[in-house]
Ligand binder design. Structure first.
Ligand code: NAI
Ligand code: MG
Length: 334
C-alpha cells in the first residue's frame, strides 16, 4: 500500500505527521512518499508544487494532504495545490461527515454528511480581470456529467451507510442553467434509488436550517462552493474545525484532507488538534482501501480519548493537551 503525503503549510506540519503515526500503528504496511507543496514552498521555489507530484499521487492511488496557505490576493504563478489536485486527480466527490463527538463544543444528535461536487462550479479556476482591474469575473461551470457522477457516489454512499434521506442543495431559482442543471441531474440519479428519500432545499434555506436545527439533515448533496461553506458550518456542530475530516473520492484514487486550513494563528506552537487529519485517514481506510475494521479502530480510539476528556486548546482553554499529548492519548487507546 502506497500513500502520497503532501504536508502543506502552517499546522499541516504538526497534524499530518500525527495522523501518519496513528495510521502506521494500525496499518504498518503503508509506504509513505512525501512531496512538498504550498505557499512556503512557492516562496522558495516559485512553484506551488513539483511537476512530478500529480504523477506520484496517481502512482500511489491514495493521498493525504495538509492544507496550504493561499493569499487572498492574486500572486503570479500561485494556485491552491489542493484545489488543483482535486481537479487533476478527478476526485469528483468530497465527503464531509459531521457526527456528534463527546466534547462540550459539539451538538448532540448531529449526524450528517455533506457531499460536495469537487471539480467544477466557480472553483474551476476560470477567473478573470477586465477593465484594467476594475472588474473581476468568474465562470461558473456545471456539467451534467460531473453532477450525475457526484450524485451517483452520494446515493451509493447513502445506501451503503444505511442513510435514509438525501437533500439536494442548490440555488436553481436564481441560476436555472447551472444550479438548475445540477438539480435535474441529481434528481435523475435519485430516481434509481427509491429506497432513499430525496428532498431539496435552496442553499440559503439550507444554511438557515444548518444553524437552526442541524439534526434534521442526513446526507446533503450540493455544488462545490455551497458544500465548502455548508460543511464548515456543519463542522461547528461536530465540535469545531479541529475535528472535521474530509475525503475527496475519485475512481481508484482518493485524497484524505482535513476540512480546516493552515491555521497560521496557532502554527508552530504544537497545540493544533490533529483529530481532523486522523479521522480523514480513517475515511481513506474505509471508503478507499475498504479497511472497515481498521477505520473503526481509529475512530473508536479518537472517540474514547475525547470521552476521557483529552482536549486540545480549540476544545477547552484550561489545561489543554498539546498535539503530541493528544496523539499519544489516541495511540494509547487503539
Ligand atoms: P483555518 O481553517 O486555517 O482556521 C480557522 C480557525 O480555526 C483558526 O482560528 C484556527 O486556529 C482554527 N483551527 C483550524 N484548524 C484547527 C486545528 N486543527 N486545531 C485547532 N484549531 C484549528 O482557516 P483560515 O484561518 O481562514 O485560513 C488560513 C489559511 O488556510 C488560508 O491561507 C487559507 O487559504 C487556507 N485554507 C485552505 C483551505 C483549503 O482547502 N485549501 C481551507 C481553508 C483554509
Ligand atoms: Mg473550505
Amino acid at each position: 500500500m502506497k500513500l502520497c503525503v503532501i504536508e502543506g503549510d502552517g499546522i499541516s506540519h504538526e497534524v499530518i505527521p500525527a495522523a501518519l503515526e496513528v495510521l502506521n500503528a494500525v496499518v504498518p504496511e503503508v509506504t509513505v512518499y512525501s512531496a512538498p507543496a504550498g505557499w512556503e514552498y512557492f516562496k522558495r521555489t516559485n512553484k506551488p508544487m513539483d511537476d512530478g507530484t500529480v504523477d506520484l499521487a496517481l502512482q500511489c492511488g491514495a493521498v493525504l494532504v495538509g492544507k496550504a496557505s493561499s493569499p487572498s490576493y492574486p500572486v503570479d504563478g500561485y494556485y491552491s495545490p489542493i484545489v488543483r489536485l482535486r481537479r487533476l486527480l478527478k476526485t469528483h466527490a468530497n465527503i464531509r461527515p459531521t457526527t456528534y463527538m463527546p466534547v462540550p463544543t459539539a451538538r448532540e444528535g448531529v449526524d450528517l454528511i455533506v457531499v460536495r461536487e469537487n471539480t467544477e462550479d466557480i472553483y474551476a479556476g476560470e477567473e478573470f480581470t477586465l477593465d484594467d482591474g476594475g472588474t473581476g469575473t468568474v465562470q461558473k461551470i456545471v456539467t451534467r456529467a460531473a453532477s450525475e457522477k457526484v450524485a451517483q457516489t452520494t446515493y451509493k454512499l447513502a445506501r451503503s451507510s444505511e442513510r435514509r434521506r438525501v437533500t439536494i442543495v442548490h440555488k436553481g431559482n436564481v441560476l436555472p442553467k447551472t444550479d438548475g442543471l445540477f438539480r435535474e441531474a441529481a434528481m435523475s440519479v435519485a430516481a434509481h434509488y427509491p429506497d432513499i428519500e430525496t428532498d431539496e432545499l435552496l442553499v440559503d434555506t439550507a444554511a438557515y436550517w444548518m444553524v437552526k436545527d442541524p439534526t434534521r439533515f442526513d446526507v446533503l448533496l450540493t455544488l462545490n462552493q455551497y458544500g465548502d461553506i455548508l460543511s464548515d458550518m456543519a463542522a461547528a456542530w461536530g465540535g469545531g474545525l479541529g475535528l472535521a475530516p474530509a475525503l475527496s473520492l475519485g475512481d481508484g484514487i482518493a485524497i484524505a484532507e482535513p476540512v480546516h486550513g493552515s491555521a497560521p494563528d496557532i502554527a508552530g506552537k504544537g497545540i493544533a488538534n490533529p483529530t481532523a487529519s486522523i479521522l480523514s485517514v480513517a475515511l481513506l481506510l474505509r471508503h478507499h482501501w475498504g479497511m472497515h475494521a481498521q477505520a473503526q479502530r481509529i475512530e473508536a480510539a479518537v472517540h474514547q480519548a475525547l470521552q476521557d476528556g483529552c482536549y486540545t486548546a480549540d476544545i477547552r482553554a484550561q489545561n489543554p493537551l498539546t498535539t503530541r499529548q493528544f496523539t499519544d492519548a489516541v495511540l494509547a487507546r487503539l
